[in-house]
Write a protein that binds this ligand. Structure first.
Ligand SMILES: [Zn+2]
Length: 395
């Protein structure tokens, strides 16, 4: 997400600070509501419920009603995303936002006419209630910008980051279906037998990262040394993020081009159960740091791939119920937990089928039926032939 230095006038700064305060207020309301909730326990309010509560809160507080509802709703959406990341095991639990730190808000539904170039080095973006806010045009702005995030750092500098939604990739029209499983050892396994690996840090980089993290834990809060270590970590993370993004773009374009229908497990469910299992099996925080790092990289790569697939193959990605996908034999349909010989290997106890456990799961997902309760995804299928499952027989 390219980031630019934002240059608001003093009057605009007052408006932007107001938006930040509203976003923070709403975010903290959501944190408050979720505070007593633990994974596995039901009934923390969802995004829609929170939106209803936001409407009520706006009726109660004129201060809140004075700000744009869109900014406040997006804060809830950000919170929902942060909660999903937490449940997926890739991020910390969303916590309180403090004034003067983590300040920012999101503007969505940007149209091409809302971003313009004023001169060689200056652009402007339209922000609700603030009007055209100038920014430093330090590099090209992506053509199809859909949203932006405005942030204020601790040093008082404003930035804007633009997010573009990639254009849909046309369906090949070959009627083929592929199943994708979020792998244990690899990022994703396809029902074709292909294994996708998200590039992470190299061996030396990983060792360096662990050393830096230990240094950070020892460094005194607020010290100059701590600042330097943080920066070094941020640089390594940025390198890793760039590789991951590049990989997700290429992999998602390839899949959207090759298959008419792409089936994945319903992530909302699996993310939750897997993170619960993970936290129970791993009580200590610094235990097995290395495997934790690997897992986080895999999970982030998977999440990014899934998002890009939804962008590039709209209406062609189907969510499938995750029931027994890892225990069911994709050859004969027999369900037996003992068939899962190990994390990596599946060997059916009923027939003699054996193979990669993630690929076996991907084949079950390819054969699965879309979850219809959540609506949306399966409705606009562009193929008029009955889709054929693309399975590999010799696995
Ligand atoms: Zn079998």
């Amino acid at each position: 997400m390219p980031r630019y230095r934002l240059l608001p006038s003093p009057a605009q700064q007052v408006v932007l600070r107001g938006h930040c305060a509203h976003a923070r207020f709403v975010w903290n309301l959501a944190v408050e509501q979720h505070r007593h909730w633990r994974p596995g326990r039901k009934s923390a309010p969802g995004y829609l419920e929170q939106c209803r509560q936001l409407t009520a809160a706006r009726a109660e507080h004129p201060w809140l009603a004075g700000g744009p509802q869109m900014v406040q709703q997006q804060a809830l959406r950000d919170f929902a995303r942060a909660t999903a990341n937490y449940l997926g095991g890739t991020h910390h639990r969303p916590s309180w936002r403090k004034a003067g730190r983590n300040e920012g808000f999101r503007v969505v539904a940007l149209k091409p006419r809302d971003v313009r170039r004023l001169s060689r080095h200056v652009g402007a973006v339209r922000v609700p209630k603030a009007g055209w806010v100038r920014f430093r045009w330090s590099r090209a702005v992506p053509p199809d910008v859909k949203s932006c995030r405005v942030t204020l750092d601790r040093a008082g500098r404003w930035h804007v980051a633009f997010a573009a939604v990639p254009a849909p990739v046309p369906a090949p029209g070959n009627g083929q279906v592929v199943g994708i499983d979020r792998g244990v050892a690899v990022s994703a396994a396809l029902s074709t037998g292909e294994l996708l690996r998200v590039p992470g840090l190299g061996g030396a980089e990983r060792t360096r990262m662990l050393r830096l993290q230990r240094k950070l834990a020892r460094a005194r809060r607020g010290s100059a040394r701590r600042g330097r270590v943080r920066q070094a970590i941020a640089r390594l993370q940025a390198r890793q993020r760039d590789r991951r993004t590049d990989w997700a773009e290429k992999a998602s374009t390839g899949l959207a081009r090759r298959f008419d229908v792409i089936r994945v497990e319903n992530l909302d469910i699996t993310g939750m159960t897997r993170s619960v299992a993970g936290s129970a099996a791993e009580p200590g925080r610094n235990v097995r740091q290395k495997s934790g790092l690997n897992r986080a990289i895999l999970a982030q790569g998977w999440g990014l791939l899934a998002r890009r697939l939804r962008d590039k193959a709209p209406g062609r990605v189907e969510k499938v119920k995750p029931h027994f996908t890892s225990q069911r034999c994709s050859a004969c349909g027999h369900v037996d937990p003992k068939s899962r010989e190990s994390q990596a290997r599946f060997a059916c106890t009923a027939c003699n089928f054996a193979g990669n456990a993630d690929v076996n799961a991907a084949r079950n997902i390819a054969a699965g039926h879309a979850v219809t309760a959540r609506g949306g995804d399966g409705a606009a299928r562009p193929v008029n032939r009955e889709p054929q499952l693309l399975l590999q027989s010799g696995q």
